[in-house]
Write a protein that binds this ligand. Structure first.
Ligand code: WTA
Length: 702
């Protein structure tokens, strides 16, 4: 089958709309073998979850859980946009992910931990063992650390089995966990700990990364100091040792503050802790993410609606059955890991694989060896990882005898070329692919094909998942019609159980950021008047498939992870020589986008390019983490600015990506644009290229 070349219409485009030229890709059908075993094959599913059955359709998801007390109201809209789900219901998340599986599956592996060093033994933890360990840790958290329902605790840990065990122990007590990605710096962790008001930090002493044992406890010291500066005192630090009984960190322990978990646990062996009955609307966890303003925001997720939503989507979209071996390569420190390594899969009694290390360590075959050895049949990863695996070993998957029935891609748009390699080579043309579009704020998938029903289209996420009604609005609040070829802002018209409750400690920002832009009537109690604004650009094809273009705000998606340009810019401004800083995304072959930094120096300051590059990179690594490391740092004489003094990041992004800078004559300092261009691109004549859509609209929405 040759792809049908169908350029979409670009005519009639006004300023509020952006013409998008792209060819329609051919469709791929799920195999008969997959459909025969799929959890969801009812062609009426979208009708069952359609607006006429909303919100009661979501009872289907809630009934996948065990409740102490059934809800009396599915959706309460009395305080828009603070939706409440399954009101009056009571449940416990750790009971649902662990205890309830013991009757049938106690000897089945719940978690399989794969250490990065290949000579270290793989560890399987059965549901029975998980039950024991979650109880013991819950006992430590309650009786040793003094934590109780509603308290927050910050967890800064790498990918080891103790991380989900700790999260489940928190959930057992109703303690609200805030997991900070292990690769973030101590300072980033400290700021989040302070914002959440955590008195207890949970750490690991060390972990393996690319063959080296990283001293992670060093970050704890900085986190504590940073939190203290913000006025938050850390009273206790509980430290999991990567090798129990052996120290993996050179940092000394502070007496009375720091405790090794393996030592404390000796006193709590075999202890049992009754799961605390939580209200459906009690918060389960916080997950900090970058937004348009400098400070990361704590997305607060609820207990009942969240667990129902991740369970339902894990069953229908991930097609998880209890006998599947499921491996999601994300990090648990991101939302994907929370929803689709820990809570969704364990709620369905699956076996969930946790891999500690780098996908291509020690060589390009590692991932496929793990898949073969463990019999993984569902595989979940990001376009960045797929690009990396393809680059380092394009033929490698063929050498291993594994068979996936299902594969997921998440986090960034996937190029159709990369999609086809994933399908043909990784999936061996046997596996279905779901391209799932969603966000930290959303709890679970928003757009995706239903794998046992819908055809796949490379590069398109697909329609809204059952119960999600997406649409695209232009800047004039008009809905953009399917098949028009015009891009706009993707919004979700309705509430759903996985949506965050609020931003921790900042209800106004929650309303402002997600609902203000397209709210039809702020007085209305009708959910139809409150579309959710996702801050992503998208195009809707005639067949109802959404293609996501990328962020329309000041957020850069690096390797599937969100970085706020303002966060990076504030970090740059702490370097004494720097007067102004602007951060823009630049295309990177593997990571998708990377930050590129422009700085101007304070008057009279002399510093070389190399010197400034070194200082800026070091500062960013310390304040945020290696993940935010810029591709290049440019020292420029001045920033291009509007007459009102606003830095024109879009002009800089165009220069970095060799795109057309557009009309710059109205700037306060138009001459500087050419100076910067020569500085960045060299003296050669200007050659511009079209560039991807997200770069054209970068920073266009506040
Ligand atoms: C982007 C990750 C295209 C998007 C779950 C979104 C995607 C941001 C996709 C959220 C996808 C996520 N196709 N783009 N399948 N999935 N994105 O909060 O820009 O880390 O707004 O959540 O990633 O990133 P976050």
């Amino acid at each position: 089958m040759a792809p049908t070349q169908k350029p979409t219409a670009g005519a009639g485009v006004n300023e509020a709309e952006i013409a998008v030229h792209w060819k329609e890709e051919e469709l791929y059908k799920p195999s008969k073998k997959f459909i025969e075993q799929a959890n969801l094959t009812d062609p009426k599913i979208r009708e069952r979850f359609s607006e006429k059955n909303f919100p009661d359709c979501y009872v289907d998801y809630a009934e996948m859980l065990s409740w102490y007390q059934r809800w009396n109201k599915v959706l309460d809209t009395s305080e828009p946009p603070f939706w409440k789900w399954f009101v009056g219901g009571k449940l416990n998340v750790s009971y649902n992910c662990v205890d309830r599986h013991l009757a049938k599956y106690k000897n089945k592996a719940a978690l399989i931990f794969v250490p990065e060093p290949e000579n270290e033994a793989i560890v399987s933890i059965t549901y029975q063992e998980l039950y024991q360990r979650v109880n013991e840790v819950a006992a430590v958290l309650r009786d040793f650390a003094g934590l109780k329902a509603g308290d927050r605790v910050t967890i800064h840990m790498p990918m080891i089995a103790e991380l989900p065990i700790t999260m489940l122990a928190c959930a057992r007590l109703g303690v609200v966990h805030s997991v900070v990605f292990g690769g973030f710096s101590g300072e980033a962790c400290g700021l989040r700990a302070a914002d959440s008001g955590s008195k207890v930090l949970i750490y690991a002493d060390s972990y393996y990364r690319s063959g080296k044992l990283v001293d992670h406890k060093a970050a704890a010291e900085i986190a504590i100091e940073t939190a203290q500066k913000e006025g938050q005192n850390i009273e206790k630090v509980l430290i999991w040792r990567r090798h129990p009984g052996k120290n993996g960190s050179a940092v000394p322990m502070a007496a009375g503050r720091d405790f090794f978990m393996d030592e404390v646990l000796l006193e709590y062996r075999n202890r049992k802790v009754e799961p605390v009955h939580r209200n459906a609307e009690d918060p389960l966890f916080l997950m900090y993410t970058s937004g348009t303003t400098g400070k990361p925001k704590g997305c607060q997720h609820r207990t009942g609606g969240y667990l129902a939503y991740v369970t339902g989507t894990s069953k229908y979209i991930q097609d998880i059955h209890p006998d599947d071996v499921y491996w999601c390569m994300a990090d648990i420190g991101w939302i994907t890991g929370h929803s689709y390594i820990v809570y969704g899969p364990l709620s369905l009694a699956a076996t969930s694989v946790i891999y500690e290390g780098v996908p291509v360590y020690p060589d390009a075959g590692r991932v496929w060896r793990i898949a073969e050895r463990l019999g993984v049949n569902i595989f979940h990863t990001s376009p960045t990882a797929i690009r990396m695996l393809r680059k380092s070993g394009p033929e490698e998957p063929k050498k291993y005898d594994y068979h996936f029935k299902h594969m997921t891609t998440v986090g960034e748009p996937i190029e159709p070329e990369v999609w086809r390699w994933y399908y043909n080579t990784v999936g061996k043309q046997e596996a279905v692919i779901v391209d799932t579009w969603w966000q930290t704020e959303n709890g679970g998938f928003l757009c995706s094909t239903v794998p046992g029903i819908d055809a796949m289209k490379p590069g398109s996420a697909g329609p809204g998942v059952p119960g999600i009604y997406p649409t695209i609005y232009d800047e004039n609040n008009q809905e953009i019609k399917a098949g028009s070829g015009k891009a706009g802002n993707i919004c979700i018209r309705n509430p759903w159980p996985g949506i965050m409750q609020t931003i921790w400690g900042d209800h106004d920002r929650f309303v402002r950021q997600y609902y203000q832009k397209y709210c039809k009537n702020p007085q209305s109690k009708d959910w139809h008047d409150w579309p959710y604004f996702a801050a992503d650009g998208a195009v809707l094809a005639a067949d109802g498939y959404f293609r996501i273009l990328g962020r329309v705000d000041d957020v850069i998606n690096v390797a599937g992870h969100r970085l706020g340009t303002k966060e990076l810019e504030s970090a740059c401004l702490t370097v004494p020589e720097v007067a102004e800083a602007a951060v823009v995304p630049v295309v990177d072959e593997v990571k998708g986008r990377m930050p590129e930094i422009y700085i101007s120096l304070k008057p009279g300051v002399q510093a070389s390019q190399a010197e400034m590059q070194e200082k800026i990179v070091r500062t960013i690594e310390t304040m945020i983490g290696k993940i935010a490391r810029p591709k290049t740092v440019h020292v420029v004489p001045d920033m291009p600015k509007t007459r009102s003094g606003k830095i024109m990041r879009r002009v800089l992004a165009a220069i970095s990506n060799r795109m057309n800078t557009g009309d710059t004559s109205t700037l306060a300092n138009p001459d500087v644009v050419e100076q910067i261009r020569v500085e960045v691109q060299g003296k050669a004549p200007v050659v511009t290229r079209e560039g991807p859509e997200d770069l054209k609209t970068f920073g266009s929405v506040e």
